[in-house]
Design a protein around this ligand. Structure first.
Ligand SMILES: [Zn+2]
Ligand SMILES: [Zn+2]
Length: 145
């Protein structure tokens, strides 16, 4: 059995079919508004490897940029994941929703330029002003202001 997770109200549950990879912090404005927190931590799994095990019918989707959307629990609002059109082979999910969030550790920060001033992570991870240089398909794009 893979890692499991779910939302605040417990109605929506999921299981990962493979190990999460490429975990990092995102300080973009969209993540701040979506989470109600200074930043979010995402990790990736291949498309289809995050499987809803209960409450799938409650999962809602909202456009979060001109190239992606986010999915969340329609009952309690917990943000689950982010999908971008030009990376259809992977899905990025919110590590905090794992039952064991400490099992997946961030390796970098992106959108450091919109980091909240009073929020100061005490780590030595790479800090990118926007996307990482090797991010595919995102040249000239950024989340809505
Ligand atoms: Zn919920
Ligand atoms: Zn973000």
């Amino acid at each position: 059995m893979g890692q499991t997770g779910g939302c605040m109200c417990g109605a929506v549950r999921y299981e990962l079919k493979s190990e999460a990879f490429d975990c990092g912090w995102c300080h973009c404005r969209t993540c701040q508004l979506n989470s109600g927190a200074p930043a979010m931590v995402f990790a990736s799994v291949p498309q289809g490897h995050l499987v809803w095990t209960s409450g799938a019918e409650l999962v809602k989707s909202v456009p979060s940029s001109n190239f992606g959307h986010r999915e969340f629990c329609g009952k309690c609002g917990t943000p689950f994941l982010m999908k971008v059109d030009h990376q259809p082979e992977t899905v990025d999910f919110s590590v905090i929703t794992l039952d064991d969030p400490e099992a997946v550790e961030p390796g970098y920060h992106i959108f450091w330029r919109s980091k909240i001033g009073w929020f100061e992570p005490k780590d030595d991870l790479p800090r990118h002003e926007k996307f990482r240089p090797d991010t595919r398909g995102l040249d000239g794009t950024e989340p809505p202001a």
